[in-house]
Design a protein around this ligand. Structure first.
Ligand code: ASN
Ligand code: ZN
Ligand code: CA
Length: 332
């Protein structure tokens, strides 16, 4: 396969996008040579194996609908590319392990599969097609979420159960949202919602809300002694809410057309420092401070240490980090 080609994709969620592709003998494949040779493959309803590398005669992929089998590949490849570029540009991280090597993405997993996942053993991401009113699980923030599970595995290694599991899940939502804002795609604008365009439950609601996680009916807005006993996709709410408060502050705010209303558990207002600084603090904590057994109290210390390194201990950013944790009932 030769050179770095740029294909055109018609995605389901992100409009018309540019894709890194490769050529050989007059045909094209979804191998992104500019991003660690990240491949996108077709499982064609299988639930194991590497799948078949997508190929195409004219380097124009998908048609924006799920009836075209290439469309899911366009979204998956675009999401992996944006996430790669986000980590590289914003944090200087070259790929999931930081070694320049790409993972790969598999689409059309199984039949009516309503999920997506990262798997350390294949070093790959996998996407289902959804079922009924639920569309393919290939939205940009879902790709960022799954790929970030790979980054977490290769850095802090947060154990996927109890409080560390909630922090692992939150890290994926936090970095996915930061990436979605950074990607600045006019068809899928940045927000503090996860999976907002998939219609996962058929009621038009997003999968998760970061400003007030309990809006989904299950996630925690703030820490309680029971946090380690709930599903990691619900205990993540505590850190997702922390990240929202640290970025945007408490109260009501409209961002890219979405209205947020973020309360604090102690009733005290929090002033945000902006999502770029909040993401920088989280990433530094993840990669330099957190450990496999980090719990919420440790995460507070980790982010304060990161804020201190980045901005100094007497900075507004350090104070806001402490205030945002207080706002989700994680104290000193
Ligand atoms: N989509 C889910 C996640 O990334 C899959 C799972 O729960 N294993 O957390
Ligand atoms: Zn996850
Ligand atoms: Ca989103």
């Amino acid at each position: 396969w030769q050179g770095v080609q740029t294909g055109t994709g018609r995605s389901q969620y992100s409009g018309t996008v540019q894709l890194g592709t490769s050529s050989s003998g007059g045909s094209y494949v979804l191998r992104d040579t500019g991003r660690g040779n990240h491949d996108t493959t077709n499982l064609n309803r299988a639930t194991s194996g590497r799948g078949t590398l997508f190929s195409d005669a004219d380097d124009t992929w998908g048609d924006g609908t799920a009836s075209n089998s290439q469309t899911a590949a366009v979204d998956a490849a675009y999401g992996a590319g944006e996430t790669w570029d986000f980590y590289k540009t914003v944090f200087g991280r070259s790929g999931i392990r930081g070694d320049g090597v790409g993972a790969y993405s598999r689409v059309h997993y199984g039949t009516s599969y309503v999920n997506a996942f990262w798997d350390d053993s294949c070093f790959c991401m996998t996407y289902g097609d959804g079922q009924g009113n639920s569309k393919p699980l290939t939205e940009l923030d879902v790709a960022g979420h799954e790929m970030t599970h790979g980054v977490t595995s290769n850095t802090a290694g947060l154990v996927y159960q109890g409080e560390s599991g909630g922090l692992n899940e939150a890290t994926s939502d936090i970095m996915a949202s930061a990436m979605e804002f950074w990607a600045n795609n006019s068809s899928d604008v940045g927000d503090y919602l996860i999976g907002e365009k998939i219609n996962l439950r058929g009621d038009g609601a997003p999968l998760r809300y970061m400003d007030r996680p309990s809006k989904d009916g299950s996630s925690l807005d703030s820490w309680s002694p029971n946090a380690g006993n709930v599903d990691v996709h619900y205990s993540s709410g505590i850190a997702n809410h922390f990240f929202y408060l640290l970025s945007e502050g408490s109260g009501t705010k409209v961002i890219n057309g979405t209205t947020y209303n973020s309360p604090t558990s102690d009733g005290k207002p929090v002033t945000g420092i902006g999502r770029e600084k909040a993401a920088a603090i989280w990433y530094k904590a993840l990669t330099e401070e957190m450990r496999p057994t980090t719990n919420y109290a440790d995460a507070r210390r980790s982010t304060l240490a990161a804020a201190s390194k980045l901005y100094g201990q007497s900075s507004a950013e350090y104070a806001a980090t402490a205030n945002a944790w207080a706002g989700v009932n994680v104290g000193s």
